[in-house]
Ligand binder design. Structure first.
Ligand SMILES: *Cc1c(COP(=O)(O)O)cnc(C)c1O
Length: 410
């Protein structure tokens, strides 16, 4: 916890009114922008005039509405700047390509989102010769040893997916900085709960698709960092956002920007419900993993790092032992009880459930899954806040009892 208050920082941004005095900012639905003087355009292309002077060039470069959502993300994360992208993967790939050139190297957590893993393990080495060494990010010695003179970044998720280990951001950033390289943190699982930059991280990436959107209706992402780094993503000659074009639509930006004011309420609601269910699951004897529980190996670390107002996050896992039992539980919960949905993704207002080993982490080999602690019966639940706690607990308890009986009978 630090003294910075993201909510105050967000409130300070509320000077941007709509064209007709609307309480919400107008949507700038233009892909191109006029200049009043012919001399302005060459100056913009040379970088002498830019969005900071109210001169916009082209919608793939900077759009004022997308830029405004970026300011909101920067306020949340405590960074100088941020810019939003068409997806979380757009944000992650642009960040890595901005930091690394052919032949460079990344040290990354071995428990990252499946798409990130495939990008680092398969795509980048094949297309660009950028290689990654995956390590247990809680093993600080292993992180230090994996860094070479070619390493350009240390990459981790704040809360790992789906194993929910907490990255020791202060120590990891010290290790990265000792080597003169940045620490990049994917904070998708814990917006507002954890502010990586306050603890020494340099760049934060988000899949807005998840908690920040909260409605499972858009795919979107963001990169938060220094002014210089964000500007470099938009460079006309070398900027991965500018040249690869994972551009956020301004209508999506306006829509998402109206959800930021209730992100704090939603994160607190997810966290409160998840903690209550995890506590009851533990008492029931289920193999539950949730960083809000005292028994979680990183509970104390998360307490040191987190902002106390938003709980411990909305994601927990239940290990059912086998994939068959995991599937039986999810099927009962969805099709008999209406507890939630069998679907990948997270951060929705209803509960989403998936068996990580055969879905979002299926890009990993069995060996890699085992070393990352992803067992075949692991059910990841992104806990929603609809219904009452008592209703939801009864549904969960009854489904667990029935699957337990089936297993004893078999
Ligand atoms: C979903 C997810 C991503 C990818 O985001 P998209 O918006 O689907 O491209 C990256 N990191 C984490 C932790 C995620 O959960």
């Amino acid at each position: 916890m630090t003294g910075r208050n993201p909510i105050e920082a967000l409130a300070r941004l509320r000077h941007e009114f709509g064209e007709h005095g609307g309480v919400n900012m107008s949507i700038e639905a233009s892909s191109t922008f006029t200049v009043m003087e012919p001399g302005t355009m060459p100056a913009m292309f040379k970088g002498l005039k830019g969005h900071d002077a109210g001169c916009y060039l082209y919608g793939r470069h900077f759009n004022p509405t997308v830029y405004h959502l970026g300011l909101q993300l920067a306020a949340i994360e405590g960074t100088e700047a941020a810019y939003c992208t068409a997806s979380g993967m757009g944000a992650i790939s642009a960040t890595l390509l901005a930091l690394c050139k052919a032949g460079d190297h990344i040290v990354a957590s071995n428990a990252v989102y499946g798409g990130t893993y495939a990008l680092m393990n398969d795509f980048l080495p094949e297309k660009s010769g950028i290689t990654t060494t995956f390590v247990d990010i809680t093993d600080l010695d292993a992180v230090r040893k994996a860094i070479t003179d070619k390493t350009r970044a240390v990459y981790t998720e704040s809360l790992s997916n789906p194993t929910l280990r907490v990255a020791d951001i202060p120590k990891l950033s010290a290790i990265a900085h000792e080597a003169g390289i940045p620490l990049v943190v994917d904070n998708t699982f814990s917006p507002l709960i954890l502010s990586p930059v306050d603890h020494g991280a340099d760049i934060v990436v988000h899949s807005i698709t998840k908690f920040i959107s909260g409605m499972s209706d858009v795919i979107a992402g963001a990169v938060c960092g220094t002014e210089a780094f964000i500007e470099s993503l938009m460079d006309l000659h070398a900027g991965p956002l500018m040249l690869l074009g994972p551009t956020m639509d301004p209508k999506v930006a306006a829509n998402v920007s109206l959800r930021i004011p209730h992100l704090p309420l939603r994160m607190a609601a997810h966290g409160e419900r998840a903690l209550a269910l995890a506590e009851r699951l533990e008492e029931f004897g289920a193999q539950v993993c949730y960083p809000g529980l005292d028994v979680h190996p990183d509970h104390g670390l998360l307490d040191e790092l987190r902002c106390p107002d938003y709980g411990y996050g909305g994601v927990m896992t239940v290990d059912m032992g086998t994939e068959t039992a995991a599937n039986a539980l999810m099927s009962k919960l969805q099709n008999t009880y209406g507890f939630g949905f069998m679907a990948v993704s997270l951060g929705y207002f209803d509960t989403l459930m998936s068996c990580s080993g055969s879905s979002t982490s299926s890009e990993m080999s069995d060996e890699d899954k085992a070393s990352a602690g992803i067992s075949p019966g692991l059910v990841r639940m992104s806990v929603g806040y609809t219904g009452t706690l008592e209703q939801r607990w009864q549904q969960l308890r009854d489904a667990l009892r029935e699957v337990g009986k089936q297993q004893t009978a078999a």
